[in-house]
Design a protein around this ligand. Structure first.
Ligand code: BDR
Ligand code: CA
Length: 314
């Protein structure tokens, strides 16, 4: 099974992604080599504690969780508490985790695991890309050692979700994102264009709420809170579980539709800093960057089913 390293800012949809992956690990369909956390939805340390809480709830207690960068490379830190709650998990009153972060910085963990498993590691990143950017600066050979990098981030034809054009994970650290898109390793990018059409609705939430297990109750509580936050944007009851789509496409790429295009991040624009820009022109190639595989659609029913089945299986 694929060896996954997660890098996240746990966060409600990151938590749902962790539950999905935990079910796949238990089913023998994936191996979780480690998790790194980064500033984003909340601070990196709270993100690590939330990650441990979610993994422990899913009865996974043997995965190293490393705290990473607590601020972006070249700007101030911002959190997304309105979307995820003051503690990142819907303001639920959660017990302290049993386990603790390892003490190794997340970028160093990424480099170490890539060196220990050359050509085998799939990195799934669902927060700002500061840890990945820092790891690229630590080890210039990293792009050759990693099998694939799947990133939830960016917006192309879809509007942004922080500014008119910028998506949160890229907007939180544009310099780091640009390093990741320029590094030459195989990147799959899952932008808002792909995630928004997968929004779960009232029926899905009701099916989740109808199941009585500790994991399902937790998932239902955080998802109802998230739906309260999302409903005005969607104009119907529902929520976009962005990060879970990246994890599902990492394990089942055939559920996505893709285009291959060089991607750059706008680093200077007054109105557009943090925007992802792809080159959609046809030949001749106008960019020497390795094209990124950008997801532009997915099998929505299959995705929603994978996510619900995973939570119910735990
Ligand atoms: C991304 O931003 C975060 O708030 C979510 O967890 C997701 O990773 C969506 O733009
Ligand atoms: Ca996230």
């Amino acid at each position: 099974p694929p060896k996954i390293l997660f890098d996240c800012d746990t966060g409600i949809d990151d938590a749902m992604m962790l539950l999905y992956l935990a079910a796949e690990v238990r089913a023998g369909n994936a191996e979780l080599a480690g998790v790194g956390t980064v500033h984003g939805n909340i601070d990196a340390r709270t993100g690590a504690l939330n990650t441990l809480r979610v993994l422990e709830l899913a009865k996974i207690d043997d995965v190293p969780v490393a705290v990473g960068a607590d601020r972006p490379m070249a700007q101030d830190v911002h959190y997304a508490l309105d979307w995820h709650g003051g503690n990142g998990l819907a303001d639920l009153d959660l017990a302290e985790p049993q386990g603790a972060p390892t003490g190794e910085p997340a970028p160093a963990q990424l480099v170490r695991l890539a060196r220990e498993n050359p050509g085998e590691l799939t990195v799934v990143a669902t927060g700002p890309l500061t840890n990945l950017g820092a790891a690229l600066l630590l080890d210039a050979e990293l792009p050759k050692l990693v099998r694939e990098v799947v990133v939830m981030g960016g917006a192309f034809d879809h509007p942004g979700n922080v500014t008119t054009h910028a998506e949160a994970n890229v907007w939180h650290d544009p310099e780091a994102a640009d390093l990741v898109f320029a590094a030459g390793w195989p990147v799959v990018l899952v932008p808002l264009d792909a995630t928004h059409p997968t929004a779960v609705g009232a029926d899905w939430l009701a099916r989740l709420a109808g199941h009585d297990s500790p994991v399902a109750r937790f998932a239902s509580q955080i998802m109802e809170w998230y739906a309260d936050a999302y409903t005005p944007t969607l104009k119907r009851r529902g929520a976009v579980v962005h990060d879970a789509l990246a994890a599902v496409l990492a394990l089942e790429p055939e559920l996505g539709e893709y285009v291959e295009r060089p991607v750059r991040v706008e680093l200077r624009g007054e109105l557009t800093r943090g925007t992802t820009v792809w080159d959609a022109r046809s030949l001749p190639a106008s960019d020497d960057r390795r094209p990124v595989r950008v997801a532009v659609g997915s099998d929505v029913a299959a995705f929603q089913d994978r996510l619900l089945s995973a939570v119910l299986a735990l």
